[in-house]
Design a protein around this ligand. Structure first.
Ligand code: FAD
Length: 381
């Protein structure tokens, strides 16, 4: 039964994914009172992921100003038990079957294990979590000039609020409805299957009609298992995404063990990440790389930066807006280039022949590699 009294917490974090857990841990380690509210009954389940998790090398290679950040460096030293398969190489397949090879510094894991591990660390640091409890409404009390969070189990007030609720950005939506400044755009429907069969050693990406205006992937998780998925621009695939993925798996001789899916916000960062004392982090802030759908590292980094902005605000009265400034200085360029690459794909990848031609012109070094790494293709200015 829902509680009647209103509970007050210093910081409330909506969502216990990577962004929420990193933020809660960073705050709790500095003695801040923090509660994560999570609607799931099992952290990380169901997984909504291809399960390619970046190592620190990949993170500092992509984003600026992180080299000296000891806390983040330590955070990204994930235990070996989470690493099912090292992803040192990626192959990008053109429609003809020609492939370009690139180095990668990542590993395949189970999101269920990974998210559970991150949440455990936050709890160990002193954060609290309420499972099975969803934020459903935000009630503004004008007389007291405060917001009340209404959940499936009670009501809360807070000093600071973190929107770590993922791609649908529930806090932003509950407060601002359709206002696009607060909601991540271009939500791309994505499906994946856990499969068994003769899987490759490498992280394989397939471009062309197999995934119109998107891509298909095979991410090996062990000698005979992989996460295989498809992300396509909304409305661009004729037919059903699941059937299409089943066909893709059949062609590769994979047996599907289970299905999953979700939405990936591919429209770039939201315009406004700080709203009063509310900070949006991770997918809720639209921090996914639009060209490749990766968002775990940005979720962790933004969770940490949001926590540090709150700590600076508490200790020195520093403005919370500093969070957004710092985040954009670190990842703004990579996200912008990634968005440009995705938009180019949307414009030019029309049919296999054109896609093949453009990718061959782009070339493995000057174009595709830099685009995959969220750098500018060399011939763009
Ligand atoms: C199919 C797919 C494949 C992907 N593959 C990769 C990949 O291989 N590598 C990569 O780096 N990224 C990948 N991503 C992106 C990655 O999963 C996200 O960027 C990452 O999970 C973002 O973390 P987050 O903490 O911001 O959000 P989430 O992980 O989505 O966590 C949000 C949490 O908030 C909770 N929540 C939501 N609403 C409420 C509410 N109202 N009340 C309480 N709790 C709530 C949710 O239950 C969830 O636990 C993929 C995404 C999808 C959909």
């Amino acid at each position: 039964m829902a509680r009647k009294e209103i509970k007050h917490r210093q910081v409330i974090v909506i969502g216990a994914g990577p962004a929420g857990a990193a933020c809660a841990q960073r705050l709790a380690e500095d003695g801040v009172d923090v509660l994560m509210i999570e609607r799931r009954s099992i952290i990380g389940n169901p997984a909504q992921c291809g399960e390619c998790i970046p190592n620190w090398g990949e993170v500092v290679g992509t984003f600026a100003n992180l080299e000296d950040h000891q806390w983040l460096y330590d955070y990204f030293q994930f235990p070996e038990r989470l690493k099912l398969h090292n992803l040192d190489n990626m192959r990008v397949f053109l429609p003809s079957g020609k492939a370009f090879h690139f180095e990668l510094d990542a590993f395949a894991g189970h999101r269920l294990h990974f998210d559970g591990y991150l949440c455990d660390k936050a709890l160990h640091a002193g954060a609290d979590v309420q499972m099975d409890e969803a934020l459903t409404r935000i009630q503004h009390q004008s007389k007291l000039d405060r917001d009340i969070l209404v959940t499936t189990n009670g009501r809360y007030t807070f000093d600071y609020l973190i929107d770590a609720s993922g791609s649908l950005a529930h806090v932003g939506r509950l407060r601002h409805g359709d206002d696009i400044r607060y909601r991540p755009e271009d939500q791309v429907p994505t499906m994946y299957a856990q499969v068994q069969g003769k899987v490759p050693e490498t992280f394989d990406v397939f471009l062309g009609s197999v995934a119109p205006s998107g891509y298909a992937w095979i991410i090996p998780k062990g000698p005979d298992t992989a996460n295989v998925g498809l992300g396509v621009r909304a409305g661009y695939l004729k037919g059903n995404l699941k059937e299409h993925l089943q066909e893709f798996c059949d062609e590769l001789g994979f047996e599907v063990l289970s299905w999953g899916g979700g939405w990936i916000p591919m429209g770039g960062p939201v315009k406004t990440m700080v709203d009063g004392t509310t900070l949006a982090v991770g997918d809720a802030a639209g921090l996914v790389m639009p060209s490749n759908g990766g968002g775990i590292s940005q979720a962790i980094i933004s969770g940490c930066f949001a926590a540090e902005a709150i700590l600076d605000n508490l200790d020195h009265g520093a403005p919370l807006d500093a969070y957004e400034v710092r985040l954009r200085a670190s990842m703004g360029r990579a996200l912008k280039n990634s968005l440009r690459t995705k938009n180019m794909g949307y414009t030019f990848f029309k049919g296999d022949l054109i896609t093949e031609g453009i990718l061959r012109i782009l070339g493995p070094i000057g174009g595709i590699k830099r685009a995959m790494e969220c750098d500018k293709p060399v011939w763009l200015f």
